[in-house]
Each structure stands twice: as C-alpha cells, then as structure tokens.
Design a protein around this ligand. Structure first.
Ligand SMILES: [Zn+2]
Length: 281
C-alpha cells in the first residue's frame, strides 16, 4: 500500500491510495472522519449581570439568541490544536480537573451594536496564548443590538468526532475508484473520437494517431465519451478496486497533512493491536 499525493494544501488534500483494497480505503475514510483528536469548546459560562462597556455605559446581558445556541456555535469553532502540547482530560495528570495541558480557556466580552465574531474570543494564559486564537477570524456568533452585551468564559478540551461532531477535524471525506479507460487505437482518426475528446473532463487527446487520457483522475464516470463513441467500437470505462482517489478538507484546527499522518498512525496501531490480540487467542 502506498499514498501518492496529488494536492496537499493547508486545509485540503487529494491523493491516490495505491495497491490497497475497498476495506482499507473505507477504514481510512472512517478514521479521517471520526478518530482524529482535536480541541473544541466544551463548556461555556455566561455572565448574567449588568456589563460595563469600555465607554463606561451599562449594558444588559441579553442577546437575540438563546444561550444554548450561542454555546453550540462556540463549540463548532475551529480551535487550533497542537497534539504535542495537549492531552485528553481523561489522560491528564490533573485527573480531569482541567489544567494548561488539557484545557484552553477563552474569554469573550462585547457590547452592542455589533456582531460578535470568532476573533472576539481571547485565549487566556501565558505569552504564547495568541497561538490559541480561533483559526478563522470572521465566523459570526451572534448579533447584538444597542444596550445589549455578552460576557462569556469558555473551556476547550480534546475529543474525537465519535462523541460529537464539534471534534471532527476532516470534512467532505470521500473517495472514488480510479478509472480505467481503455481505447482502441484503430478509432483514433475518427471524427467521433475527436468529438468524444472534447466532451471528456479527463482530457482525451489524439497523439500520434492514438487517443490518450491526459488526466484519469478527472474522470467522473459520466461516460459522456461513450455516448459519442459506442463502447463496442473501442472505448471502455471501468474502475480499479485497488487504487482510490481520496479527497478531504479540514476545519483548520489541524493541517491536511497532520490529519493524514495521524490517521495513518492510528490505523497502523489498531492493526498491530488487532494482530497482537489474535496471537493471544
Ligand atoms: Zn489537565
């Protein structure tokens, strides 16, 4: 089994899983979706008294949204996650009480009229706390009208999407079998072949009187080519169940490369653990 990277951007990846099987491809998909740990806001405390603004004016602790909805929106924010710095609370030396190794504290205070944004959350604790600011600055949380204010303290802890989607690092995780496009060269000079090449998203081209697929990855199995050129006359589109084209994005809490490295590591440890269990049995 091997992985050939086609695109590896900060939050987006495309690669070919080579010499593998449908079972392994699906195991990797599920691991990317559910098993990668990340930090996310899990507890939110709302201050309910009068709030004094920077202008010295008093504001009511009221917003147009229920507190549960605001807490949910805060939970879904992408918290930057350094897996070398943080551990899950259940494995922390503090015994789960909360400490700088397992918990990130945020505060948020804003008065209206204004839109409360993700960038209004201030990480608390230490000179390096700026690295813990929410990854995307402009995610709207709630809109405050005049005389309204909000003061909130929030705690982020580590978890996985097996428990709640707020701990899901990767989204849009999917794969397709790599296409196998076979073309009989005897049709290469035919007008129909040229028309077929214009239709094909994989970019067919005639080279030395031979029809060549420029980018098999782009094939969407729409088989528009076959409508122009009868399958029996020389073109067949099939798929290969040992090579898979994978795509996914991350929410920014981890990079796409980190997510892939961790997923492969988790799968490898699980496979080894399973093999060890079998030996014992
Ligand atoms: Zn701790």
């Amino acid at each position: 089994m091997d992985i050939q990277i086609i695109e590896m951007a900060d939050r987006k990846a495309k690669f070919i899983l080579k010499d593998s099987s449908p079972a392994m491809a699906n195991a990797l998909r599920r691991t990317l979706l559910s098993d990668i740990p990340k930090m996310a806001i899990d507890t939110v405390e709302f201050y309910t008294g009068k709030i004094e603004g920077d202008d010295g004016k008093e504001y009511e602790s009221i917003t147009p949204l229920f507190e549960e909805i605001i807490a949910h929106r805060l939970g879904m924010l992408p918290v930057p996650t350094d897996l070398d710095l943080f551990v899950p609370q259940s494995e922390c030396e503090c015994g789960g009480e909360g400490c700088p190794n397992c918990t990130i504290m945020y505060s948020l205070q804003k008065t209206g009229p204004a839109t409360v944004l993700s960038s209004d959350l201030q990480p608390l604790g230490g000179p390096n706390s700026d690295k813990l600011r929410i990854v995307d600055e402009f995610i709207p949380i709630v809109e405050l009208t005049a005389d309204q204010g909000i003061t909130v303290y929030a705690k982020a802890v580590m978890g996985t999407a097996k428990k709640h989607v707020k701990w899901q690092v990767c989204n849009g995780v999917g794969y397709k079998y790599m296409p196998v496009i076979e073309i009989d060269p005897k049709h290469a000079s035919d007008d129909a072949v040229v028309a077929c090449a214009e239709l094909c998203p994989a970019g067919l081209e005639v080279k030395n009187k031979k029809l060549v697929v420029k980018d098999p990855v782009a094939c969407g199995y729409a088989k528009g080519c076959l409508e122009k050129l009868d399958e029996t006359e020389g073109v067949t589109v099939n798929w290969d169940d040992t090579n898979f084209l994978f795509k996914y994005e991350t929410d920014g809490s981890l990079t796409a490369q980190q997510a892939l490295d961790i997923a492969v590591d988790i799968l490898s440890k699980e496979a080894k653990g399973f093999a060890d269990d079998i030996k014992v049995l």
